[in-house]
Design a protein around this ligand. Structure first.
Ligand SMILES: [Fe+2]
Ligand SMILES: [Fe+2]
Length: 308
């Protein structure tokens, strides 16, 4: 039976829509109380322990495969450090894109409005995160992993054009998947202190970004015409597929002497890793489904990306 909600009710939360300015004011207050400056809040000169993983082994793309079984402990440590640096490097790329999306969204708005000041605060958070992730790779002695050139180009075009729900949903896709992943890392004692510290900072500050993005998506999706809705669904599904596919770049496998293509094929077929990614996306998928951004044809794209 279809439930009729009072007009203006947010389909994702079954609650009346949250006022954008009231929410922004609240988020600004929370940011003033608890924000970090990783350049000074992290001890960058602390030694890197030799025996701790870069990320929880169960989050390694190869965990549970014959290739993983062939690696000794120190190779597993090296692999997981490079995997964490790749995920952070893709995070930097994504942050650079979403900063453009957010800045374009508020361009020309009255800066006295809380939502503009919140957007600028979010962009400032992302600037600090990108520096933090860049330094993490440097400290671990890993290269600056990033997307392949074709994807760099595609991202630039997307950041220049995307708007509305598809822009905020793209932001959410990356933030929510990384959030679940980093919540695991920050409390795992087998993991490097630097991974845990960067994860903790990111989890605290991203919680506010996700809150804002969810409200933007929920408020703006009902405003789309039916053809726009189809377009936004496809764009969001494509973003999700690209994020899931590119978190760990194949060059990381060379760090432990594995053939990148062979290891990438093993990672793609690794049901253990795929299930973890699917679990990490469950909350996001259910939200996007409730709000109407996953439905119809786009379901198939989500399935093909292994996220449904
Ligand atoms: Fe971030
Ligand atoms: Fe963010």
């Amino acid at each position: 039976m279809t439930t009729i909600l009072p007009s203006g009710t947010n389909r994702a939360t079954n609650k009346a829509p949250v006022d954008r300015q009231a929410l922004s004011t609240r988020l600004l207050g929370s940011a003033a109380k608890k924000s970090y400056d990783p350049v000074v809040d992290i001890d960058w000169s602390a030694p890197v322990p030799e025996d701790l993983y870069g990320l929880s082994p169960e989050w390694s793309t190869l965990y549970g495969t014959p290739l993983w079984d062939r690696l000794d402990h120190s190779e597993r440590v090296t692999l997981t450090i490079h995997e964490y640096c790749s995920i952070s490097g893709i995070g930097i790329w994504f942050e650079h894109l979403l900063m453009q999306l957010v800045l374009r969204d508020i361009y020309g708005d009255d800066p006295a409005q809380p939502h503009v000041q919140w957007a600028l605060t979010e962009i400032a958070d992302e600037c600090r995160h990108s520096v933090m992730f860049a330094r993490t790779a440097q400290t671990f002695g890993a290269p600056s992993y990033g997307p392949p050139p074709a994807l760099l180009k595609l991202g630039k075009a997307y950041a220049a054009r995307a708007d509305g729900p598809a822009a905020y949903a793209a932001i959410l896709v990356a933030e929510e998947i990384l959030d679940i992943f980093q919540r695991d890392l920050m409390k795992d004692e087998r993991v490097q202190p630097l991974t845990r510290a960067t994860s903790q900072i990111h989890v605290v500050e991203e919680a506010r970004h996700m809150r804002f993005a969810r409200e933007e998506v929920a408020r703006r999706t009902p405003e789309l015409s039916s053809w726009q809705l189809r377009k936004h669904r496809t764009l969001v599904a494509a973003c999700a597929a690209i994020v899931a596919e590119n978190l760990v770049q194949p060059q990381v496998y060379a760090a432990v002497g594995l053939d990148p293509e062979e290891a990438r094929a093993a990672a793609r077929g690794n049901e253990h890793y795929n299930a973890r990614l699917r679990d990490a996306s469950a909350g996001l998928v259910s939200f996007l489904r409730d709000v109407g951004l996953i439905a119809g044809q786009s379901e198939r794209l989500w399935k093909r990306a292994g996220l449904l």
